[in-house]
Ligand binder design. Structure first.
Ligand code: FES
Length: 90
């Protein structure tokens, strides 16, 4: 996805009826959060986990709850569900 003229990897978190999406870049040092292909959540599946230094983020808001970037947020991407599919703006 292109955001502000830059190509960014984006991931989607779906929890029940809720869906959120974020740029795959940690606000700490800009590393990708993805631990393994398509795995972004911790074992309890309640927080997004950064693969590099273990920061933990609220999957509803992207706010870092714990770690070196506590209080900073992931870049949110607006998404919606239309006809059962996750849709993002172009
Ligand atoms: S790069 Fe994510 S916590 Fe350091």
């Amino acid at each position: 996805m292109t955001i502000n003229g830059q190509v960014e990897a984006v991931f989607v978190v779906r929890q029940g009826p809720s869906v959120t999406a974020f740029v795959d870049r940690c606000p700490h040092v800009g590393a990708p959060l993805e631990m393994e292909p398509d795995h972004f959540l911790d074992l309890s599946k309640t927080e997004i986990l950064c693969s590099l230094h273990g920061a933990r983020f609220d999957p509803a808001t992207g706010l870092c709850r714990l770690g070196p970037c506590k209080g900073r947020s992931l870049v949110a991407v607006p998404v919606s569900i239309e006809d059962g599919m996750v849709v993002a703006p172009e």
